[in-house]
Design a protein around this ligand. Structure first.
Ligand SMILES: Cc1ncc(COP(=O)(O)O)c(C=O)c1O
Length: 419
């Protein structure tokens, strides 16, 4: 039912052939071949994932952990197999450290509520960075409002978008109770040194959370190497279905956390007056979970590891560097955001005198799917002194030819707006 993962990276990958696994890419949009460069928002899904979903619904659909009939047993086995697979995917020590969530956002909210309300007190500090996504800011603001904690933001160094690591000691002090950081920035393409950041936090006894929404499907992510307490990611940004994600929690931390939501399946026993809870991770999965989503996520993890996430990271970085170099050569005024080198597979930019939404609208007419806006990074945009940027974000099925076409479209836009 569930294919075993092949962890060996394929030698000499035929990236163009992999495109054939994504039927959606083979279409025309407004009369042009589709060039999908909005992968940081969500990636496309390979046939293997769609087939796994169909297979589950056609053959095995039943509720998990409740029945003793054959279909329920099959669904439960598949659901728990995916948990073991997810643990392997991020090198967790045990499947008990894997909680299935709706995605990165829910994972962070779960930690903010269950861990945060228990451990954060008035006057405590929560350290974030200036580049965080709203989903790694707003839950902490809500927690700070309820507890009287204070939020701090590690600065970035201007348009180049690196964290100011030289001054980390000034921000990361003993009063900090939690340090929450993104691994890869969705609007700058910065790859943050999370191993070092977590190591420095650990020395002070500070709990850490890594937002791996943009990294889990793009490079090997190893929670033992990062040595974080929590790590979160979303299935839909790594070839999996929408509505499913993972919260990793270090076992001894998860075990001490109270439930996030109450309901069926997370209890040991219920009386009218009070209840007792299951151990982690089931304590954090109240109600019927997204079973098909979990099964689709399993197929996505297998699919990605068959390609090899080290290979994907290499390919991403080549595309990111290629696009950055091409955009830097554009005449007529372009402002580029994020690091010059060592960037992830995305570029964020503004063309002189052209609103990001106009760039995206015209590009769409040429079949190129980009994103324009604040990318759920309003505080970062304000820091950079802009309202929005245009963004092209790549995945392993994108090609340098597509980037050439995208840059050609930008040149057309520049000419059009210059006249
Ligand atoms: C860095 C980062 N964190 C968190 C999120 C939120 O992910 P989700 O909407 O899947 O919960 C995103 C989505 O764009 C992201 O890029």
């Amino acid at each position: 039912m569930i294919a075993e993962a092949t962890e060996e990276p394929l030698a000499g990958i035929d990236w163009a052939a992999l495109r054939k696994d994504f039927p959606i890419l083979d279409q025309r949009v407004h009369g042009h071949p589709l060039i999908y460069l909005d992968n940081a928002a969500t990636t496309q899904k390979p046939r293997a994932v769609v087939d796994a979903l169909r297979n589950y619904y056609e053959k095995d659909n039943a509720n998990v952990h409740r029945g003793i009939h054959e279909l329920s047993n099959r669904a439960t086995t598949a659901y728990e197999a995916a948990r073991t697979r997810a643990a392997k995917f991020i090198n967790a020590r045990s499947a008990d450290e894997i909680v299935f969530t709706r995605g990165t956002t829910e994972g962070i909210n779960l930690v903010a509520n269950a861990w945060g309300l228990k451990n954060i007190k008035a006057g405590d500090k929560i350290l974030l960075t200036e580049m965080e996504h709203h989903s790694n800011i707003v839950p902490w603001q809500l927690l700070a409002e309820r507890t009287g904690a204070k939020l701090l933001f590690l600065p970035i160094t201007g348009d180049i978008g690196l964290l100011d690591m030289n001054h980390l000691d000034e921000w990361l002090t003993k009063d900090v109770k939690l340090f929450a950081m993104m691994h890869i920035s969705n609007s700058l393409g910065t790859i943050n040194p999370v191993v070092e950041m977590c190591a420095r936090a650990r020395k002070l006894g500070v709990t850490t959370l890594v937002d791996a929404a943009q990294s889990a499907g793009h490079r090997p992510v190893d929670v033992q190497e990062i040595d974080c307490d929590f790590l979160v990611f979303s299935g839909h940004k790594m070839c999996g279905p929408t509505g499913i994600g993972v919260l990793y929690g270090r076992q001894e931390v998860l075990e001490k956390m109270p439930p996030y939501q109450g309901g069926g399946e997370m209890i040991l026993s219920v009386e009218y007056e009070k209840s007792t809870w299951k151990a982690a991770p089931h304590r954090f999965e109240a109600g019927t979970p997204d079973i098909s989503g979990v099964i689709g996520l399993h197929a996505a993890m297998d699919y990605l590891d068959k390609i090899g996430r080290d290979n994907i990271a290499h390919h991403d970085q080549e595309l990111g560097a290629y696009a950055y170099a091409k955009l830097s050569q554009l005449k007529g005024g372009i402002r580029l955001f994020g690091p010059h080198i060592g960037r992830a597979g995305l570029v964020s930019f503004l063309l002189k005198d052209v609103h990001a939404h106009d760039v995206v609208t015209v590009a769409d007419q040429r079949g190129v799917a980009l994103r324009g806006g604040h990318h759920c990074n309003q505080p970062l945009m304000r820091k950079l002194g802009v309202e929005s940027t245009a963004r092209a974000s790549f995945y392993f099925y994108n090609t340098t030819e597509e980037i050439d076409r995208f840059v050609g479209v930008l040149q057309e836009i520049q000419k059009f707006f210059a006249t």
